[in-house]
Design a protein around this ligand. Structure first.
Ligand SMILES: [Zn+2]
Length: 527
């Protein structure tokens, strides 16, 4: 036998079975053989895996890489921690489908989370977008979701109303086209616009199309604060009524840690009759656009409507009042965590220097109320500002991470001073929580990062180390593998990653990217 690569003598975690010491041979991008010894085989490259741990490539269940690959196709912070597959277009948000007259509005709305992509978007349909994305030749495999918010916007614009019967049918058709083009899940962002305008019946109507494909619903639920149980309950109802599987995004209880146990019990209970899972980024701070501090009414009309309100005295006064007193059902992040625990992650000119500062510090420095600082930053930087919100204790994070239905999603947003989850997620979960702390058995942690996640996305060609499957592999030193990125210094690669291969090609070796980009975009429908 002559092959391209043999990793010799590593402790092999096959994905969802117990580990054993073995040799793994790779040829033509696929796993050729797994055996106790392949000493007789010849290989173009032999890697000594003694004392190291070899697992399938990791799957990021919540990635904001929908446009990033146009600028940074290496997606270096991802491959450096072992992610070889990423589920993109989460939170209902996607660059397509998009009505031609709404491209610049969509681009402005997504910029903070996803980057811009090409200056002029050459696509309208979801399939056209996937073709353009595939043309960037990413290092990882990008697995698309069809996003409810993008579908609603394409059919109804930013209108705050229920869809007419014909509009609902057209939305269903867009969801179907997305799933036929390769989307593996249907994502929702019920905190973001215009998804927040949808009632439960609308969600069910679209979920019924996902159910035909066996595609999970992937929601950022309507409320992760005081009403988290109601919001999770809504999506469980949507899954039950439609028959679609459910995978809840970035599970958390942002307002009250006492709600974590009831939340996990609710999911446990529902999992008896609903095919259910969730993902989590293993940190106690969130990160999103700064505009998420505004109530939904203040964001009506998209970027231009938001900016108009933020430049009027009445608009500002009304928002400030709502932040102080809350609104029924609204997830009021600033009111919930306070200005000391909101940190600017990234801001477009002229506010680059705000990155890394809390709203409280900026308010003090500028002699303004914290809420006015929010308004000023959003206006001056044309909404292109992201933040970190510190809401949870390390203990709360671990309680969720230990749960059997948990999978891992980085929710990583690129930027100047990003959330450390961009660099550290996989290493924090597997290296710190599982290997070092024993919070989750190592074999179980690997299954969640690989086989179980690939199954969730209907990817039958990967997620396990088995002959015939795609050779996406991660080789780490278990003694050293740990996250090093911190809130203060987020742009630090994990320690202990020896090699990462995508389709048999090395993308990360000896602490650096090789420059190879063997990933791609999934463009085949599930089924
Ligand atoms: Zn989200």
């Amino acid at each position: 036998m002559s092959v391209d690569l043999i990793v010799r003598g590593a402790t092999v975690y096959p994905g969802d079975r117990p580990p054993s010491v073995a040799d793994v041979a790779v040829a033509d991008g696929r796993i050729e053989a797994v055996a106790a010894s392949l000493a007789a085989a010849e290989a173009a490259e032999i890697v000594d895996g003694a004392g190291l741990m070899l697992s399938p490539g990791f799957v990021d269940m919540h990635a904001h890489s929908a446009l990033r690959s146009f600028d940074e196709p290496l997606l270096e912070p991802k491959i450096a921690q072992g992610f070889t597959t990423e589920l993109i277009n989460p939170d209902g948000l996607a660059p397509a489908p998009v009505a031609p007259g709404r491209r610049s509005e969509r681009q402005a709305y997504l910029r903070g989370l996803e980057g811009s992509g090409p200056a002029e978007w050459p696509w309208s349909t979801f399939a056209e977008y996937l073709d353009a994305l595939a043309g960037t030749r990413p290092a990882t495999t990008l697995v698309p979701s069809i996003g409810h918010n993008s579908v609603r916007d394409a059919v109804m614009g930013g209108d705050r109303r229920a869809p007419g019967r014909d509009e609902l049918r057209r939305m269903q058709q867009e969801v179907r086209l997305g799933l036929e083009a390769g989307a593996r899940t249907l994502s929702f962002g019920l905190l973001y616009l215009p998804g927040a305008y949808a009632d439960t019946d609308e969600l069910v109507a679209l979920a019924e199309v996902a159910a035909e494909f066996g595609a999970p619903l992937v929601p950022h639920i309507r409320n992760e604060g005081r009403d988290v149980l109601v919001a999770a309950g809504e999506m469980i109802e949507v899954a039950r009524r439609s028959g679609a599987p459910l995978h809840v995004s970035h599970l958390k209880s942002a307002a009250d840690e006492a709600l974590i146990d009831p939340l996990l019990e609710l999911l446990d209970e529902a999992s008896r009759d609903v095919d259910l899972s969730f993902d989590q980024y293993p940190y106690g701070a969130g990160s999103t656009v700064l505009a998420a501090l505004l109530p939904a009414w203040a964001q009506e009309g998209g970027a231009s409507g938001t900016l108009a309100r933020l430049t009027s005295a009445e608009g500002r006064a009304q928002i400030a009042h709502d932040v102080d007193y809350g609104l029924p059902g609204w997830e009021n992040w600033l009111g919930m965590v306070g200005p000391e625990r909101v940190v600017i992650a990234n801001a477009a000119p002229p506010n680059e220097a705000a990155a890394g500062r809390t709203l409280a510090e900026l308010a003090e420095e500028r002699g303004r109320a914290p809420v006015d600082v929010v308004f000023d930053l959003l206006v001056e930087s044309q909404l292109d500002v992201t933040m970190l919100q510190h809401y949870a204790s390390e203990q709360a994070v671990r309680r969720i991470a230990a749960h059997r239905l948990q999978l891992v999603g980085s929710d990583a947003i690129f930027g100047a001073k990003p959330h450390p989850r961009l660099y550290g997620t996989a290493a924090r979960f597997l290296g710190r929580f599982a290997i070092r702390e024993g919070l989750v058995p190592v074999e179980e942690a690997v299954a969640r990062l690989t086989a179980r996640a690939a199954d969730r996305l209907g990817l039958r060609d990967r997620g396990r180390i088995e002959p015939g499957l795609r050779a996406d592999l991660v080789l780490v030193d278990p003694e050293r593998f740990v996250d090093t990125a911190t809130y203060e210094e987020p742009r630090r690669y994990p320690d202990g990653v020896v090699g990462v291969w995508v389709a048999g090609r090395p993308v990360w070796r000896d602490g650096r990217a090789t420059g190879e980009r063997p990933g791609g975009v999934v463009q085949e429908p599930r089924r």
